[in-house]
Each structure stands twice: as structure tokens, then as C-alpha cells.
Design a protein around this ligand. Structure first.
Ligand code: NAD
Length: 321
């Protein structure tokens, strides 16, 4: 069995490799060569923690396994560890024997950023110039860094519920050499591409904050009850997702579907666009919306590429197990 510790992941996994792994697995999911198992997420009644498992099998990439982890709200203050903690386990699909254990914390941020980037690459207008960010927390910095590589953006505009956090994303824009401007939510009408990545349970982005022709990736809603955008926006948009079952139950589309504003059948897999079985964006005026709920197969895909790179670079720890 191989172990790739969390501390090695930053030197192994690039944004480009994450993008490739996630794009391939979305394509495999749409071609029904890969499927996600139902998600388990439980409040364990200790340390106020949420813990669970996301797993699946990718027959195309031959990745079988799961990510175990969750959220310990007091970790940072009590123990100096980040609050989100996860570990990925990969198994041999031929024998069921454990193949590898990989630190899953950085990997989660990179695979989540790769998902919105894949959506931008396949759905945003080619001439997109203004990148809009709603959110400025831990994930937002990874999201923006990856998004800025997808188009020739000339400006980043940003809004956050806690304005004191905006320098987090301003720094990323500056590093990429793109000017940054803080705007009110109404200012998002200027954006050609928007990413929302917040933990809110009440929508911030209203339907009239988004202009015709914009691509918006809603990345924060991954639990029942969370909501980042007004449900009416989903009726104005062509809606795509990683996994339809998750989108309509724990993703952004849960509200629009429950309210009868759209049907589950109106939510399309991004993988179908990648495979060319869905046309994707069909006009310059169309609003495209990607509901990125986060699937186990994304974790397995990037973890498998980390293991390959760790073997190549001689940093995988082999244990007799
Ligand atoms: P974080 O705690 O670092 O940041 C939280 C963000 O939400 C900040 O921008 C904060 O200002 C904003 N926020 C908090 N309360 C708000 C409110 N009432 N209204 C509007 N904004 C509010 O968290 P993070 O690690 O950046 O994660 C952000 C979200 O992304 C979480 O909901 C997390 O569960 C989700 N997430 C999704 C995936 C996925 O695959 N889709 C993966 C990882 C995390």
C-alpha cells in the first residue's frame, strides 16, 4: 500500500493536472462509465463535527474508493488544524485490496476549483473579460486562481458578505496581474463570468444581478438548505451540473426544483457538453449556470493522479499492509 501525505500534495498536484482529471471524470460520468455512490454525511454528536463519505467507481479511469472526512468547527482554535479534514482511500478494482491513502485537504480545494474551471472552459463566452467573485473565503482564492487561467480576463470584481475578507481575493487577482475592484452585488451585472463560493443559507445573488450572456458557477451549495442564488435565476439560465441527483437534492437546483420553477430534467450534466452530446452554450445572450455540488469521483480522479506523480517522483511511502 502507498501513502501520500498531505504535506507532499502541493508539490505534486498542479492546477493543470487537476483540470484534466476532473474534465475526464465528468466526461466518464456522462458516458455512464463512472458513477458516484450515495453520499453519507452525519453529525456525529462529538465536537459538533460533521463526518461522512463520498465514493464511487470510475471504470474508464479504473479508480475505486472514497473520501472520508468532514468539518470540525473548533479545530483551528483548539488544535491549530484546519477545520475541513479529509483523506482519500483508493482500492484495486480487480481485487478490492487497498492501494493508496492520500491526504485530501489541498486536493479538495484543487478539485473544486478545477470543476468551476472546466465549466468556464466549456460554457463561458470566448470573449469574457470581466471575472466576478461572490465570496472571499478559503475556497474562493483557489477558485479565482484557476478561473483566471481559462479566459483573457482584464478585470476582477468582487463582493463578499464579510468585506474585510476581500483582500484574500484581491491578492490573487494582483498575483495574476489583473486589476481588482470591490463592488456591491448589483455591480455583478458587469461580469461575463461569476463564481459564487459562500456558505450562505439565504441567496445573495438575485436574478437581476446577472446579465445576459454570463456564465455563473455556483460552487458553495453542497448541503440541503444552503442557497447562494435566487431560484428565479435558474429559470433564466441553462442549468448544468456535475451530478443531477446531487444538484436537485443538495445543490443549488434543490430550491428551483422544489419550488417547481424548473424540473430535474432541465438540469444537464456538464460531462455531456464535454462529450459533445449536449450543445452547451448556443448563443451569446444565453446565461449558463453550473451547479457544482462536489462529487466523490472528482476526489478519486485527482487522488489517482497524485499517486502516479508521487510514484514518479519517488515520494510515495510504501508500507507492507
Ligand atoms: P470559508 O469559511 O473559508 O468562507 C465562507 C464564505 O462564505 C466567506 O466568503 C463568507 O464571507 C461567506 N459567508 C458566510 N456567511 C454568509 C452569509 N450569510 N451570506 C453570504 N456569504 C456568507 O469557507 P470555504 O472553505 O471557502 O467554503 C465555502 C463554501 O464552499 C462552503 O459552503 C463549503 O461547504 C463549500 N464547498 C463546496 C465544495 C464543492 O465541491 N462544491 C467543496 C468545498 C467547499
Amino acid at each position: 500500500m502507498l501513502i501520500v501525505p498531505e504535506r507532499e500534495v502541493a508539490d505534486l498536484l498542479t492546477r493543470a493536472a487537476s483540470f484534466d482529471a476532473v474534465e475526464k471524470v465528468f466526461a466518464a460520468m456522462a458516458a455512464q462509465d463512472a458513477y458516484n455512490f450515495p453520499v453519507i454525511r452525519e453529525a456525529i454528536g462529538h465536537e459538533n463535527a460533521l463526518y461522512g463519505f463520498k465514493g464511487g467507481f470510475d471504470k474508464a479511469g479504473m479508480a475505486l474508493g472514497l473520501k472520508a472526512g468532514g468539518y470540525w468547527p473548533h479545530n483551528l482554535e483548539k488544535h491549530g488544524h484546519i477545520n475541513h479534514q479529509s483523506t482519500v482511500f483508493l482500492f484495486d478494482p480487480d481485487t478490492g485490496m487497498v492501494k493508496a491513502m492520500i491526504g485530501g485537504n489541498l486536493l479538495t480545494a484543487l478539485r473544486t476549483a478545477a470543476a468551476s474551471s472546466v465549466s468556464i472552459q466549456h460554457l463561458a463566452r470566448r470573449d469574457a473579460k470581466v471575472m466576478g467573485m461572490v465570496g472571499a473565503g478559503h475556497q474562493a482564492t483557489f477558485q479565482l486562481r484557476a478561473a483566471l487561467e481559462q479566459r483573457q480576463f482584464e478585470k476582477v470584481i468582487g463582493w463578499n458578505y464579510h468585506p474585510e475578507m476581500l483582500p484574500n481575493i484581491e491578492m490573487v487577482a494582483n498575483e495574476a496581474g489583473v486589476p481588482f475592484e470591490a463592488v456591491p452585488l448589483e455591480g455583478m451585472v458587469e461580469a461575463d463570468v461569476v463564481i459564487s463560493i459562500t456558505s450562505t443559507f439565504a441567496p445573495s445573488v438575485m436574478a437581476d444581478h446577472i446579465s445576459a450572456g454570463t456564465h455563473i458557477a455556483c460552487m458553495g451549495t453542497d448541503t440541503k438548505g444552503k442557497q447562494e442564488v435566487e431560484a428565479a435565476l435558474l429559470a433564466r439560465a441553462t442549468v448544468f451540473t456535475d451530478e443531477v441527483a446531487q444538484s436537485v437534492s443538495i445543490g443549488e437546483a434543490q430550491h428551483a426544483v422544489a419550488d417547481g420553477i424548473i424540473a430535474a430534467g432541465d438540469v444537464h450534466q456538464l460531462g455531456a457538453v464535454i462529450n459533445g452530446t449536449h450543445a452547451g452554450r448556443t448563443s451569446e445572450d444565453e446565461i449558463t449556470l453550473f451547479d457544482g455540488t462536489g462529487v466523490g469521483l472528482q476526489d478519486l480522479a485527482v487522488a489517482a493522479s497524485v499517486v502516479d506523480l508521487a510514484i514518479e517522483k519517488g515520494v510515495a511511502i510504501e508500507v507492507d499492509f
